[in-house]
Design a binder for this molecule. Sequence first.
Ligand SMILES: C[S@@+](CC[C@H](N)C(=O)[O-])C[C@H]1O[C@@H](n2cnc3c(N)ncnc32)[C@H](O)[C@@H]1O
Length: 384
Amino acid sequence: MQTTLLGSLSNDDNNELDPQLWAGSFNGKESSLHQLAPYVGKLKSGMVRVLICKYTKPGDTVLDPFCGSGVVPLECILTGRHAVANDLSPYAYVVTRGKLSAPRSKAEALRRATMLSGEAEARSKYMDLTIVPDWVRRFFHPNTLSEILAAVEILKEWEDDFLLACLLGILHHVRPGFLSYPASHLTPYLRTRKYPPEQFPAMYAYRDLRSRLLAKVARAYRRSLFSDTMNTVRWQVFQRNAMSLPLESESIDAVISSPPYFGALDYARDNRLRLWFLGVSSWKELDRALTANDSVYLPQMNACLSEMFRVLKRGGRCVLVLGDVERNGKSRPTAEIISELALEATGGQLQTKGIWTDEVPDIRRSRRATKTTKYERIVYMEKA
Ligand SMILES: C[S@@+](CC[C@H](N)C(=O)[O-])C[C@H]1O[C@@H](n2cnc3c(N)ncnc32)[C@H](O)[C@@H]1O
């Protein structure tokens, strides 16, 4: 983390934001827990850290109603803020809970992973693969699949979202440390054409869960950045539609979030294989329920903004990271649209005080280069 810059950055009355504060790569500086599992549309942890330090203070309660992979809530608890997170996707829910509930010591995490491996190996013999749809079976050696199914079953019984998130994080990739046959990492596509089984038989052999899971857990603790302040913070994660949150009115000091884009990303489709193991058999239905497609975006975002307004304390701050979207040659200035919508939804009470552009391209957030711009817009609003 850029400690010199961030050290001088604190919650103050000057609300101007300088995107240069998070320029450069944060890989190798951020908490390794940020890499627990992939997520399309994930925010840069460096930007999130700057927003948290600039717009909140230690002890504040910060809400992210669209938490995705949990970058905002994790940065909150690492910096002594209470975190309230929410996302309608069960995958986002598990990954976020996984990060926040990670055992505070590597030894404890490894102990649990070892215990899980033993139990999953024993239970795998009884798994019925005939209930697994073909499109899922195609990704795995049958013995590996049996171990994954057994492990998922056990982790649901144990309510252990940390290990479940680790498991989902190693579900598919081309690398040997992952469980699937060669496949892409972010979204599940088999790479059989590039790696034909006849030429690469080792890539289609049984892959044991134990060694891969233990290695994954060890990687998660390479630089966890846990500190004593974490013992004093509280966190909660919900899996609800952000249009209606189970929170008291005026209970939140600040909202920091990146809402879905106008029809730009398919959060459920991109995670369909991981979601299947979480019991979501129809990713299409989930994608339809998420606020992204054109016909529902504006009315649903209107409802989400009034909900954020309701739970915010008076004078509370709301910082939204948005991307402009291009469709059919037309560009939609999402930041300006959301600012207008916030005024409309709250009778002029949630007012935009500034909009900044992050000029640093981030390929992780713009997979569909034709649809989204590579620039983030940051909208800063206050509740009157
Ligand atoms: C841009 S992503 C958030 C990414 C996140 N900030 C991160 O760094 O990983 C937007 C999220 O909004 C969620 N979402 C979309 N519509 C929703 C709704 N109506 N209620 C709750 N979550 C929703 C999606 O599942 C997705 O995870």
